[in-house]
Design a protein around this ligand. Structure first.
Ligand SMILES: [Zn+2]
Length: 457
C-alpha cells in the first residue's frame, strides 16, 4: 500500500448497506494498471486496472443490496502482483479485518453481542450499530487482495481473470466477479473465525459460527465440544452440518433432489448430476446395463474422449468412463454418438464428482461417482444399474441439514469454512469456484445470504 494512505474509490450506491471499496494499490500497478483493455461482458473499463476495480465495485454493490446495516462496510482492496510463475500462483484471499467480542450496544436500536463470542467486524458493527474503533488500526472491516498479474506473461498465462460482469468466462479463465463475491462472503462472516478449524482450539472464545455447526454423528454442536472433538468433526466427511434455521428453510427451494446410483453387489452411492444435458427423469430415473467399453484410442481407452469403435457395446447401454483428458461434455457427446442412453463418469481423485460445464445438443443424462465406486463398477461390469432421484432428500444434506466441507484429509483454508461440494446445484461458498455459478447470493439461487442471516445479518 502506498504510504499507508489508501485513496478512496467512489462509494457504491446501494439501497441497504454501503459497501465501500478502497483502492490500496500503488500508482501504475493493480487497480492503477494502465494496460489498455477492451470492454468485456458489460464492464466498460478501458484499462486492466479500471476493469478490475469495476468488478470489485460490482461485487460490493451486489452484497450491499442484500445486506442491511447502518454502518459502512469498508473493504481495503489490492490487485497488486502476488507470488506467481508460469505454472503456479496465488490467486488471492479476503477476510474480516477484525473479530470483536463483548461489545455493548451503545446506540439506540443496537443489540449487544452474545457474550464471550467472536463476531466478524462488519457484523459486530451492524448488530451494535456503531463503528468499533481500534486505536492505531485501519478503519476497515474487510481486507481483500488478489493477484493482478494472473494471465499476464509469466504468471499462469494460460489461465487468467475474466473481467466481464456476466459470468461468461472462457473455459480457461477464472471469473473474477465470482471469486470476489465468494471472498467478500468470507469477510462478511462465512468463516469459523479465530477458532482453528484444524485443531479445534479457540482463541479465548468460540466464534458465532460454532453455535450453528453440528456433528451429525455425535449430535453435538461445535460450541459444546472439546478441541479434539472439533478436530475430529472437521474431518467427519458428510457429517458436519449447518443447523441455522434460515439455511435449513431455504434448502427445499435451492437444492435438487438427491440422486443415487444402485448396482447389484457394488451398493448404493450418492451421485453428482452433470450441469449439462437433461435432468434425470423422476421416478425410475435411468435404468439399464452399464458397460465399460473402450473408446477408439488416445491417451486412455477408458477416458471416453474418442469416438467408440463400430463394434463397441455402447449402443443402448449406460457407459462408464474415467474423468480426465477431455471435458466432461465431450465424453457424453462421444457416448451419445455411439447410441448410449447415459454416462457414468468415475472421479480420478478422492471425493464427490458433479460433472460441470455447458454443452448444446446433449440428450442423455450424465452423473459422476467416486473413484472407488467407479473402480468397483468397472470390476463388475457389465451389470444392471439404476440412477434415480429421491424426492424425500435434498442433495448435499445430512439429516435435513446442509453439509459443510469436511473432507477426511483436512484441507487448510478450505475445510469447515465452506459448504460441501456435494450440494447440487453448486453454491457460491463451496471451496472450488465452479463455472456454472451465477452472481447471486440469496435463495433460491444460493445459500450464502441465508447463512449470514443465521449468524445475525
Ligand atoms: Zn473460500
Amino acid at each position: 500500500m502506498a504510504d499507508g494512505v489508501p485513496r478512496p474509490a467512489a462509494p457504491v450506491a446501494a439501497q441497504s448497506a454501503r459497501v465501500i471499496v478502497i483502492n490500496g494499490d500503488e500508482p501504475g500497478i493493480g487497480f492503477n494498471d494502465p494496460t489498455p483493455a477492451v470492454p468485456v461482458g458489460g464492464n466498460p473499463g478501458t484499462t486492466r486496472g479500471q476493469q478490475a476495480l469495476n468488478v470489485f465495485q460490482r461485487a460490493a454493490d451486489l452484497w450491499g443490496r442484500n445486506l442491511q446495516t447502518s454502518q459502512p462496510v469498508v473493504v481495503l482492496a489490492l490487485f497488486s502482483p502476488l507470488a506467481c510463475t508460469a505454472t503456479s500462483g496465488t490467486l488471492g484471499a479476503a477476510g474480516a479485518w477484525n473479530y470483536f467480542a463483548n461489545v455493548p450496544a451503545l446506540k439506540q436500536g443496537g443489540t449487544a453481542l452474545t457474550p464471550d463470542t467472536w463476531y466478524p467486524a462488519a457484523l459486530a458493527e451492524k448488530l451494535t450499530r456503531q463503528d468499533i474503533v481500534v486505536p492505531d488500526d485501519l478503519p476497515i472491516e474487510l481486507i481483500a487482495f488478489f493477484n493482478g498479474d494472473l494471465g499476464k506473461p509469466g504468471c499462469l498465462e494460460n489461465s487468467g481473470w475474466y473481467f466481464g460482469l456476466d459470468n461468461q468466462q472462457a473455459p480457461n479463465q477464472t471469473d473474477l466477479l465470482g471469486v470476489v463475491l465468494h471472498e467478500f462472503g468470507h469477510g462478511l462472516g462465512v468463516s469459523v473465525g479465530p477458532t482453528s478449524a484444524s485443531s479445534g482450539n479457540r482463541a479465548l472464545y468460540p466464534s458465532v459460527w460454532e453455535r450453528y455447526m453440528r456433528d451429525a454423528t455425535t449430535g453435538k454442536r461445535w460450541l459444546d465440544m472439546t478441541s479434539p472433538e472439533r478436530a475430529a468433526s472437521a474431518r467427519n466427511n458428510g457429517n458436519l452440518v449447518w443447523t441455522g434455521a434460515t439455511v435449513t428453510r431455504a434448502i427445499p427451494s435451492t437444492l435438487e433432489f438427491l440422486a443415487t446410483i444402485d448396482a447389484d453387489g457394488v451398493g448404493t452411492q450418492e451421485v453428482g448430476a452433470a450441469t449439462y444435458g437433461p435432468s434425470l427423469a423422476r421416478g425410475l430415473g435411468l435404468r439399464g446395463v452399464l458397460v465399460a467399453a473402450d473408446d477408439g484410442g488416445g491417451v486412455s481407452l477408458q477416458d471416453g474422449c474418442e469416438p467408440y469403435p463400430a463394434a463397441s457395446t455402447v449402443a443402448g447401454n449406460i457407459v462408464l468412463v474415467n474423468r480426465g483428458t477431455c471435458n466432461f461434455a465431450v465424453k457424453t457427446a462421444q457416448a451419445q454418438a455411439a447410441g448410449a442412453i447415459g454416462v457414468v463418469i468415475a472421479n480420478n481423485a478422492p471425493g464427490f464428482l458433479a460433472p460441470g460445464g455447458a454443452a448444446a445438443g446433449i440428450t442423455i443424462p450424465t452423473v459422476g461417482v467416486t473413484q472407488a465406486y467407479g473402480a468397483a463398477l468397472r470390476a463388475t461390469a457389465p451389470l444392471e444399474v439404476q440412477v434415480r432421484l429421491d424426492s424425500s432428500v435434498r442433495q448435499g444434506t445430512t439429516a435435513g441439514f446442509a453439509r459443510l466441507y469436511a473432507p477426511t484429509t483436512f484441507a487448510q483454508g478450505s475445510s469447515v469454512s465452506h459448504f460441501d461440494t456435494s450440494l447440487t446445484p453448486s453454491v457460491l461458498m463451496e471451496p472450488f469456484i465452479t463455472p456454472d455459478l451465477v452472481s447471486k447470493v440469496r435463495n433460491p439461487f444460493d445459500l450464502t445470504l441465508p447463512l449470514l442471516k443465521d449468524i445475525g445479518w
